[in-house]
Design a binder for this molecule. Sequence first.
Ligand code: ZN
Length: 89
Amino acid sequence: MNQHDPRVRDEPVRSPDSEVVDYGCPLCGEPLQSPDSMVAQFDTCPMCGSIFTVPKPTANWALLTAIVLTLVVVAALAATAFIILRRGQ
Ligand SMILES: [Zn+2]
């Protein structure tokens, strides 16, 4: 068992070049694309020339939706508890 395992070779890690962020210009709504490395950095819209920061990828929207849904559920539960408590008096 002295054979060299080819998987152990120290190969360079290829970074995914196709990672892009799809979003719309915050001013004119023009659909834009920026590489992942541009997230949270300044970019300029080629249509209207406005300067903005590139938003984080769509995974952030899932988190935002989860937070909003949690807040809505908590608010609904609080309102229900409030109504029940007032009726009990
Ligand atoms: Zn624009």
